[in-house]
Design a protein around this ligand. Structure first.
Ligand code: HEM
Length: 143
């Protein structure tokens, strides 16, 4: 049972990081795209963000279940460090992606600037996810 939850947890980790690497090349192609192509790429970006969001929720839920039924107490230092980063990245993904993307459709929006923000947010998010991945795999005793 515990092994199954670890597996689900790791698969959801893969799904919440992997698709982000598709975001950057898609954003790049969005620059100077004609309106029809632009619409197609925006759909792809929305699908990627939604996939990452659902996988992220599964990641948190399966992580919480692992703590509940497994041997690691919630106050283990690498768990607390992960939770702290998770709160940061959660705020990031909801405001940094969704709100910025919504602005893209406004008539007076600066599209180039929005795409730059989206690329930067993607890299920061990937960085945070990789730090959490390291904490999870290495399980360092930080204090
Ligand atoms: C709410 C946040 C999280 C909690 C409570 C949590 C909890 C846990 C626990 C208790 C384990 C230990 C399983 C074991 O080895 O017995 C684990 C493993 C793992 N977690 Fe998380 N996790 C969380 C978030 C994350 C995130 C954000 C990632 C990826 C970025 C991640 C990736 C992994 C991986 C790859 C493993 C397997 C490591 C290994 O067995 O060596 N987890 N998690």
């Amino acid at each position: 049972m515990y092994g199954t939850f670890v597996f689900v947890h790791v698969v959801s980790a893969v799904l919440s990081i992997g698709p982000l690497f598709l975001l950057m090349p898609t954003i790049k192609r969005l620059r100077n795209a004609d309106p029809l192509t632009e619409k197609a790429y925006l759909t792809v970006i929305n699908v990627i963000i939604r996939l990452v969001m659902h996988a992220g929720h599964l990641l948190v839920i399966s992580g919480a279940l692992l703590l509940l039924i497994g041997p690691w107490p919630w106050f283990t230092s690498w768990v607390i460090a992960t939770l702290a980063i998770l709160l940061l990245s959660g705020v990031f993904l909801s405001t940094g992606f969704t709100r910025v993307l919504r602005r893209y459709h406004l008539p007076d929006s600066n599209k180039a600037e929005i795409l730059t923000i989206l690329t930067r947010t993607s890299w920061i998010y990937i960085g945070l996810m990789l730090i959490m991945l390291w904490l999870m795999v290495q399980k360092p005793m930080l204090w």
